[in-house]
Write a new protein. Structure first.
Length: 397
């Protein structure tokens, strides 16, 4: 029956993570998968999230199906977090939000929506981008191309080339943009660059699709939503998928959302209806438990500031690990420039290592990073950062 089904090559990130799990070496270091680990190398249970879950469980009753679009309190809380509670786009009813199965679910529902209503549109993703971006959009039947982004020579951004590519993109092309903490490079646009980019997107009638999986890991909650709010202020129609996996350490609960900013309230009503239809023929409705934890954290006057302080602590720990890695490597290779470790933001860094050097890290030193050179800085801690730096110096020498 299934002789024609070809084998699955595997996801490069998850496959490498599986290989790490099978590695018998006791000193192995996992910097492959995008998960925040604390200084003890464990996934933290945030006190704010634990307290919120206890409150959710204490108030629990019957568990009916949620609406196709998800729980109303979750959706409103997400809108307030992304846009600010008093944003004009919210007041005017131009923003629609659905609760999704992680931000990956938001990307998928958005991709299906685009395929139906803009079937000839191509999707442009940054070079490089998260591997699953291409897979999600291609899986919806869309053609995916890339635009210039990462500058391997400087460890920075090819902004002029990026802007030129946008200026030539066909009308209604979908532009996948990382709102902050670019995955995999850690290279972000500055505020000034966002201000230059948005008029080009608007003039060319392009459709931005923003991915915000790491809000709070780059700077503050509000600062990391800058591109979203600037786009809404500019009167641009766009999509944004966001996630609470990292910021609330709720990876397995799959808590995400998809929001679409529309030109007017009537179009917003129609868009929401079609998003619901997409959900119904996909997974029917989202799960309840994780979303209610998120809603409780975001709306509880005691838990919200506690959570934001916890995210600050996670962000500052990552910054400290970047600095420590940089210091050790620069001490041993003083003639080379590794400043990009400090200017890149968020969980990830593009190390500049070749695939062969990445293989050597794994085979000779039990340090696991992707063959693209992407390293999850959030996997570093005071117990392994020096060993990681020493291993990197060895393969770079």
């Amino acid at each position: 029956m299934f002789h024609h089904v070809e084998p699955y090559a595997g996801d490069p990130i998850l496959t490498l993570n599986e290989a790490f799990g099978k590695d018998p070496r006791s000193d192995k270091i996992n910097l492959s998968i995008g998960i925040y680990f604390d200084d003890d190398g464990k996934i933290p249970m945030l006190p704010s999230v634990r307290a919120a879950e206890l409150k959710v469980v204490a108030a629990a009753g019957a568990r009916p199906y949620l609406p196709m679009e998800g729980a109303a309190n979750f959706r409103t809380a997400v809108q307030d977090l992304l846009f600010g509670s008093d944003h004009a786009a919210l007041r005017s009813g131009r923003v629609v939000t659905i609760q999704t199965v992680g931000s990956s679910g938001g990307l998928k529902v958005g991709a299906d929506f685009i395929k139906r209503y803009f079937p000839q549109s191509h999707v442009l993703v940054s070079d490089p981008t998260w591997d699953n971006h291409r897979a999600v959009f291609e899986g919806s039947g869309l053609t995916v191309e890339s635009y210039p982004y990462y500058d391997a020579a400087t460890g920075g951004l090819r902004f002029a080339d990026m802007l030129a590519a946008m200026s030539k993109a066909e009308k209604h092309s979908v532009i996948l943009l990382h709102a902050c903490c670019h995955n995999p490079t850690g290279v972000d646009l500055t505020r000034e660059q966002w201000q230059q980019l948005l008029p080009v997107l608007k003039a060319r009638e392009l459709i931005p699709f923003l991915d915000l999986a790491y809000q709070g890991y780059g700077s503050s909650m509000d600062d990391d939503a800058y591109a979203i709010r600037l786009s809404a202020d500019a009167g641009i129609s766009f999509l944004v998928a966001n996630s609470f996996s990292k910021s609330m350490s709720l990876y397995g609960e799959r808590c995400g959302a998809l929001s679409i900013v529309c030109p007017d309230p009537q179009q917003a009503v129609n868009v929401l209806g079609q998003l619901k239809a997409n959900v119904r023929r996909n997974y029917s409705n989202p799960p309840m438990h994780g979303g209610q934890i998120v809603a409780r954290v975001l709306t509880d006057p005691e838990l919200r500031p506690l959570w934001e302080a916890e995210v600050v602590a996670m962000r500052e720990r990552i910054l400290a690990m970047r600095q420590r890695l940089y210091d050790v490597i620069c001490t041993r290779l003083p003639d080379r420039d590794f400043s990009y470790f400090l200017t890149q933001r968020g969980m990830f860094s593009y190390t500049g290592l070749s695939p062969i050097q990445c293989d050597r890290l794994k085979d000779e030193h039990a340090v696991y990073i992707l063959r693209s050179g992407r390293m999850c800085v959030a996997g570093l801690n005071n117990g392994n950062v020096e060993a990681t730096a020493t291993a990197m110096v060895d393969v770079l020498s």
